[in-house]
Design a protein around this ligand. Structure first.
Ligand code: FE2
Ligand code: FE2
Length: 471
């Protein structure tokens, strides 16, 4: 069993106490982190006991330790999956060489940029979700929100550890800036677009954890292959936590759908709004918004940056080692639909330049499984409605398709048509207001707000009516 240094202020399995300089740097960052948590993290729940999972070891039986914790006392630790003996670089020009245990000088800037971009998303999502606790539909959901929040905080710790220990002064400056940017702040925003979008009600939270955290999953999968071993090992451990975030999103949207189907069956022909449920069409519009925004996070369809990250062995493909045989990707091409001068045309792109699109394809295929899961809920309830993932061209702000307008099936249209039709596809002000109007605090153990069904089971074998948060 890998030993964890619990006697120090920062729980870790990286032998922090042997590096006094690093330990001091992190210990001086810690109060700034707590200030950040207290000022823009979840509001007003810092004194409550919450039934949380804390990583106390990276082993199969130790990383999910459940107990009541006050969020500011959460043990935000630094955990890497253990060394795998002599790990080799798994792709790119350095394929087969020993994985780097220190930063390769020539790639220092690219590597720092990759780490900072990933790191920035972690505190951003906590900021986006900070007010949701006040309108929780149940104690079960409230607990899940806070679980996601503390783990995003831990992911920030994981990335700051890398910056502090491997990037010297630049790394420390970057770590400070991670606590200074703010989601949605026009003067000092978070780096990526989706992480500046408001997330003001729970339907958005569930869509965010479904679609945006799933982008996180695929970015982490690509970084988990990195030739820079400490990054790979950090991301591998983060993925174990990420799975719960995706569960919260997929089942959260699913429970909204389930509730609406029940109301439809009980009141045939009626508008479910009369009964305080969310129409399936509105759920679809939220899906359209968050799925399209998150699809942007993969960047441009054809990208020399992504080619460079791959060439240098910094960021691979998802499941690089397991799924592919040609890890150099020097031969062969990828078919990418390009859009220029109002026309879509299929192009053969050298594989390395298509890495963004390859990762996006994996992401989209994973999203489709979520859609299927939701459609099964409708099917079981005997409701005809079927959900659909919007086409990747829909509502894009980044890449080729940002230059055009497309419907949910990816068909191009002119701007005027888009302007008149957009409200059929994306939530309108009235619809958002309606969803917001339903967000009323419902926090008696075992009770659920009228717009969402209870989950099929509780957390960690506890009953659904368990007191997940002591208010
Ligand atoms: Fe995360
Ligand atoms: Fe996450």
């Amino acid at each position: 069993m890998t030993s964890i240094d619990y006697s120090s202020k920062i729980p870790n399995n990286v032998d922090l106490s042997s590096d006094k300089r690093l330990q001091r740097a992190l210990e001086s960052w810690q109060p700034d982190y707590l200030d950040w948590w207290n000022s823009v993290g979840p509001t007003d729940f810092n004194a409550n006991d919450i039934y949380l999972r804390t990583a106390v070891s990276v082993e199969r039986d130790g990383w999910a330790h459940f107990d009541y914790v006050k969020m500011p006392d959460y043990r935000w630790g630094i955990f890497l999956t253990p060394h795998e003996g002599d790990r080799k670089i798994g792709f790119g020009d350095h394929f087969g060489e020993d994985a780097w245990q220190t930063v390769p000088g020539e790639y220092r800037n690219s590597l720092r940029r990759l780490i900072v971009t990933q790191a920035d998303t972690e505190p951003a999502s906590v900021e986006q979700q900070r007010l949701l606790g006040h309108t929780a539909p149940s104690l079960y959901d409230l607990r899940n929100l806070f679980q996601v929040n503390v783990e995003e905080g831990r992911h920030l710790w994981a990335m700051v550890y890398l910056l502090h220990s491997y990037f010297g002064r630049d790394g420390r400056e970057e770590a400070d800036e991670l606590l200074e940017r703010r989601s949605g702040n026009p003067d000092h925003p978070r780096i990526l677009g989706t992480f500046n979008e408001p997330c003001e009600e729970w339907l958005s939270f569930f869509c965010f954890t479904m679609f945006t955290d799933r982008d996180g999953k695929f970015q982490l999968l690509a970084l988990a292959e990195s030739g820079f071993d400490p990054l790979a090992r950090s991301c591998r451990f983060m993925l174990t936590e990420e799975a719960h975030h995706l569960f919260v999103g997929q089942t959260g949207v699913g429970r909204v759908i389930q509730r609406t189907c029940e109301v439809m069956n009980e009141n045939p022909g009626k508008d479910v709004r009369e009964y305080g449920a969310i129409p399936l069409e509105i759920v679809q519009k939220y899906i359209n918004f968050w799925a399209s925004s998150s699809t942007d996070l993969y960047g441009a369809e054809v990208s020399s940056n992504s080619a460079n990250f791959f060439r240098s062995g910094l960021k691979g493909r998802a499941y690089e080692e397991k799924k592919y045989t040609d890890h150099k990707a020097l031969e062969g091409a990828y078919h990418v639909d390009r859009f220029a001068d109002g026309r879509i045309s299929r192009e053969e792109v050298p594989l390395r330049n298509a890495m963004n699109e390859i990762l996006r394809d994996e992401y989209i295929a994973d999203n489709e499984k979520g859609i299927e899961y939701w459609n099964k809920i409708c099917e079981r309830a005997g409701i005809d409605y079927r959900f659909k993932l919007p086409h990747r061209r829909f509502n894009r702000k980044i890449g080729d398709y940002a230059a055009g307008w497309f419907d949910l099936d990816g068909n191009p249209m002119d701007e005027t048509t888009w302007t008149t039709r957009a409200s059929d596809w994306l939530p309108t002000r009235e619809e958002r207001d309606y969803v917001k109007s339903l967000m009323k605090r419902c926090v008696k153990p075992g009770e659920f707000a009228g717009w969402i069904a209870p989950p099929s089971k509780g957390i960690n074998g506890q009953p659904v009516e368990f007191e997940y948060v002591k208010l």
